[in-house]
Design a protein. Structure first.
Length: 98
């Protein structure tokens, strides 16, 4: 195996990993739509999510576009914040219902 073949294999594995990560992230973004309509979640958490989506599709990046780690990281942090706000909003409602 020469160096060109090795780099091609490494590039293919990295591209496949990014594609799988992007697909999982896309599914998580679409499942977050339900949380965005929830009235119990604070507006700043919803705005943070939309700001992360805008940053992901914008041409301005912290790291140049061939590397999507900053886009994926910011979107994952926004999703994590949205899910944390949703679980915090559900806890008082569940306590009142009991």
């Amino acid at each position: 195996m020469d160096a060109t073949t090795a780099w091609l294999i490494v590039g293919t594995v990295v591209a496949a990993g990014l594609a799988v990560t992007a697909a999982v992230l896309l599914v998580r973004v679409f499942s977050a739509r339900r949380l965005l309509r929830d009235a119990g979640i604070p507006l700043h958490d919803k705005a943070l999510f939309w700001a992360a989506v805008v940053y992901t599709v914008s041409p301005v990046d912290l790291i140049p576009d061939p590397v999507y780690l900053d886009d994926i990281g910011i979107l994952l942090l926004a999703l994590r914040s949205l899910h944390a706000a949703a679980s915090a909003a559900r806890t008082p409602k569940e306590l009142d219902a009991a």
